[in-house]
Design a protein around this ligand. Structure first.
Ligand SMILES: O=C(O)CCC(=O)C(=O)O
Ligand SMILES: [Fe+2]
Length: 329
């Protein structure tokens, strides 16, 4: 019997040029639940990031030493580095503030609702923010992860649907290749269209997956409700392309808790040095209306901003622009 998770897609069907129009990317993502952006990040930016991450990777010692993780979700041979925002300015400028990734996060995760808190019927727009950031480097011998939907973190149950509709996703995750990514070195396993299949049927199996192979600079974008897993690294130590280095950047709906707690992860003095747009998407922003205030006021004030440059009063609850053209999403 054919698996209900079996897909008609091949890897090539998920691939789209990183310079394609946003509507095309969104259309493909809605249909498949996962897309591969070809050539998103330039080679010199990849090599700058690798130089920034090298001391952190070296500090972890020999791969396979284990000790970084107890349990099965990440294999012991996976080297993991957290908190990229204060480890690589290139990551901040080219990945965190990447307009293509930011645009896809906005598309899937912005929430806009007519609310009544202090005034009747006002539009409030809540922008996405970072869910997690990290380097995931799978070394030889690493076993594949369990297949999962990242949105399970948010206690989400997926209901089957024939088409994708707004508000289905609670998060999206992006995995940027910093090395060549192959089937042998642990390419991500993904099940196209699994985002439209419900939790009322038995979960999928590895046979239902495609393996995503990429060149450095390519990036896979996966909806929070799409089944996926890191692959097994079946290569031998020192074989060519035996180390799979990927940078994970996840986004979530602004009013949900972050998977990687940015406020405790980073040295606040380092956060103060980042551009405003980076500070906001990392979480030093309000999820309008009024989620995440400090001292009843806007959290950006904790980074030393002048109160006159920061929203206050009713701007903490409602959009200043209350146009009727605003769509509820
Ligand atoms: O490493 C990968 O390819 C996927 C990682 C992943 O899905 C996760 O850590 O949630
Ligand atoms: Fe995942």
């Amino acid at each position: 019997m054919t698996s209900p998770w079996a897909t008609k897609y091949t890897l090539n069907d998920l691939v789209i040029d990183a310079s394609a129009p946003p509507e095309e990317m969104q259309g493909l993502l809605k249909k498949t639940g996962a897309i591969v952006l070809k050539g998103l990040i330039k080679p010199e930016d990849i090599s700058n990031m690798m130089s920034d991450f090298k001391p952190h990777l070296d500090a972890l010692g020999h791969s396979g030493a284990g000790g970084q993780w107890e349990g099965s979700f990440f294999p012991a041979t996976t080297k993991k580095i957290p908190g990229l925002a204060t480890k690589s300015r290139t990551w901040v400028d080219k990945v965190l503030l990447n307009p293509v990734l930011g645009g896809l996060a906005d598309f899937a995760l912005t929430r806009r609702t007519k609310t009544t808190i202090s005034q009747p019927g006002q539009w409030s727009t809540c922008k996405p923010e970072i869910n997690l950031s990290g380097l995931l480097e799978i070394h030889p011998g690493g076993d594949r992860q369990d297949l999962h939907r990242d949105d399970a973190l948010f206690h989400q149950k997926v209901v089957a649907a024939s088409d994708w509709t707004p508000r289905r996703e609670h998060s999206i995750v992006t995995l940027l290749a910093l090395s060549k990514v192959t089937t042998a070195n642990g390419g991500t396993l993904v099940i196209p269209e699994s985002h439209l299949k419900g939790d009322d049927i038995p979960p999928p199996a590895y046979e239902d997956c495609l393996t995503v192979e990429m060149e450095a600079g390519d990036c896979i974008v996966i909806f929070g409700s799409t089944y996926h897993a890191g692959g097994s690294n079946t290569t031998k130590v020192d074989e060519p392309d035996s180390v799979r280095t990927m940078c994970v950047t996840g986004y979530k709906v602004g009013y949900l808790k972050q998977e990687e707690n940015q406020y405790l992860q980073h040295d606040i003095e380092e956060i103060k040095k980042l551009p405003l747009a980076a500070q906001k998407i990392l979480g030093w922003d309000l999820a309008v209306p009024y989620m995440g205030y400090v001292n009843w006021l806007h959290p950006l004030l904790t980074l030393g901003y002048d109160p006159k440059d920061v929203p206050q009063g009713d701007d903490l609850f409602y959009d200043r622009q209350q146009g009727s053209e605003v769509l509820a999403i």
